[in-house]
Design a protein around this ligand. Structure first.
Ligand SMILES: Nc1ncnc2c1ncn2[C@@H]1O[C@H](COP(=O)(O)OP(=O)(O)OP(=O)(O)O)[C@@H](O)[C@H]1O
Ligand SMILES: [Mg+2]
Length: 491
């Protein structure tokens, strides 16, 4: 092959290198004689820099720490790269801490691997340098410290793309992997610290409820999922419009319709920890403030049965001063939460639950307070079929569904009651017969209750008529109005 303009021949390369080396030696010997030592060193390093052969490759060094804090790119790379391990990898580190669900696999020192991003080849190497650790006096006390880092090498022409898009991709992937592996926590109040006040205490949240297992209206379910997903993506939006990055949900409905299960499903979906704030256990405002400040970002604060929560002013003052403060109490708590979260919280969700939406303080229902009101209601046929799939694995039709559908139209039953029946047997026929019995029983009870109500009403009206009959008759209009008023009072 003939040498081309772009590719110098080995002999021309050799002669160029030899002449360069000779001139360097000449410069060096002249320099040794003429130039003082410190300036000579500076000149030589500058010459070396300019004559060094240039590589088309660029290497990014990603150290474990940046100053006192951790380098997030290093942590992300460590997590991301364990999904890229190839058959060529020879040494790996493996570990598992008590808090982790899965084994952790990491690259061992000097191990390399190759990744591709949009067709670009990326070479990763894990490095670890050991150095002697000097104490502040500059003396070595025999301790060694490790400097861990990744090297990421690729062609220089891709620098912008790698820095702007690949590194972000690694950060995002690592976050998703970490979320999947994360063990969620449920924080509840521990009131046994008599001196230092109430404290959060955490256990692993292993509630299995997910949006898939939850019996609820499919449109409502999708609306909730979309709302949550939109919320976590809108960090910049909240910042731009100057609002605290938080979202409030009010879950209401009869007992056993899945409000608590929905909270667990939300936590599992978002991988957020849950803080269960039982207001009844909080005696002082200072405790409330301390507890709220101790909650982490990316979490769900839950206040269950808000209509039954004890009112704060009463407890705070230890006297009977509740009547005129009662309304202020909840709005006070809400403003308190708003204020704290606006100043120091990110990605916070607050959920209130109640069995009686009509009894709630208007402060809670005011527009803009709770962003979404979610009605968890009695079980309908769709919800029942979903539970049958979850509990018994029935997909499609079953010969007892027709009868169940008829009965469900005539009575009200909660998903919790249906679930209880479905758990009684693994045999679908037996379990569904149990559901039929339950529905029939409830229907009869319902009929009886209606009968009693009708009888009571009739008795009251009869009593009214008798009372009115003993009095002198007045003008027709007056009598009707008055008897209506009385009947209303009796009822
Ligand atoms: N919609 C539902 N989908 C699936 N399972 C449900 C549903 N509702 C209730 N269940 C079942 O019933 C149990 C009790 O439900 P959950 O505690 O979520 O009800 P709740 O609405 O929070 O009741 P309460 O008002 O008494 O707090 C759950 O553990 C679950 O097994
Ligand atoms: Mg509940």
């Amino acid at each position: 092959m003939f040498p081309t303009r772009d590719m110098p021949s080995p002999s021309s390369l050799f002669s160029a290198y030899a002449s360069m080396a000779a001139s360097m030696m000449l410069v060096r010997s002249m320099a040794n004689e003429l130039i003082p030592h410190p300036i000579r060193g500076y000149l030589l390093s500058t010459l070396r820099y300019y004559f060094k052969p240039r590589s088309p490759q660029l290497t990014l060094v990603i150290e474990e720490n940046c100053g006192m804090s951790r380098n997030q790119v290093f942590d992300a790379a460590e997590i991301y790269l364990c999904t890229k391990i190839s058959p060529n990898t020879e040494r790996l580190k493996i570990s598992k801490s008590p808090k982790e669900k899965n084994l952790t696999i990491r690259l061992e020192k000097n191990e390399k691997l190759v990744d591709f991003h949009e067709g670009i080849e990326l070479k990763w190497r894990f490095g670890c340098d050991e150095t002697e650790k000097n104490n502040p006096n500059g003396h070595n006390n025999g301790q060694r410290s490790e400097k861990r880092y990744f090297e990421l090498t690729f062609h220089k022409k891709h620098k912008d793309k790698i820095v702007s898009s690949y590194i972000q991709f690694v950060l995002d992937r690592a976050k998703a992997i970490k979320d999947e592996e994360r063990v969620l926590k449920m924080h509840t109040l521990n009131t046994s610290y008599s001196y230092s006040g109430v404290k959060w205490e955490s256990i692993n949240l292993e509630h299995p409820a997910t949006f898939e297992t939850l019996a609820m209206d499919p449109e409502l379910r999708n609306a909730v999922i979309e709302d949550l997903d939109r919320f976590v993506k809108r960090k910049d939006f909240y910042k731009r419009v100057g609002r605290a990055w938080k979202r409030g949900y009010l879950l209401y409905g009869p007992p056993g319709t899945g409000k608590s299960s929905l909270i667990a499903a939300m936590a599992n979906h978002l991988k957020f920890d849950v803080y269960d704030l039982q207001l009844a256990n909080i005696l002082r405002d200072s405790d409330l403030r301390r507890l709220l400040l101790a909650t982490a970002n990316r979490s769900i604060l839950v206040i269950e049965d808000i209509d039954c929560s004890v009112d704060l002013p009463d407890r705070r003052h230890g006297d009977g001063r509740k009547q005129h403060d009662a309304q202020l109490t909840l709005s006070g708590l809400l403003n308190f939460i708003d204020g704290l979260w606006s100043s120091c919280g990110d990605e916070r969700i607050i959920v209130f639950t109640t069995n009686h939406k009509d009894r709630l303080d208007p402060a809670l229902l005011r527009p803009g307070r709770m962003d979404m009101h979610i009605n968890m209601s009695y079980c309908n046929l769709h919800g029942f079929k979903q539970l049958a799939t979850t509990y018994l694995g029935i997909r499609g039709h079953h010969h007892l569904f027709g009868e169940i559908e008829g009965l469900m139209g005539e009575t009200q039953v909660t998903p919790a009651q249906i679930a209880e029946e479905l758990m009684r047997s693994e045999d679908a026929d037996v379990a569904l017969q149990g559901v039929i019995k339950l529905l029939k029983r409830k229907k009869m009870e319902g009929d009886e209750v209606e009968d009693v109500a009708d009888q009571n009403k009739a008795a009251i009206q009869k009593a009214k008529r008798q009372k009115l009959g003993n009095k002198p008759r007045r003008s027709g209009r007056n009598i009707v109005a008055k008897s209506n008023r009385r009947i209303r009072k009796f009822l």
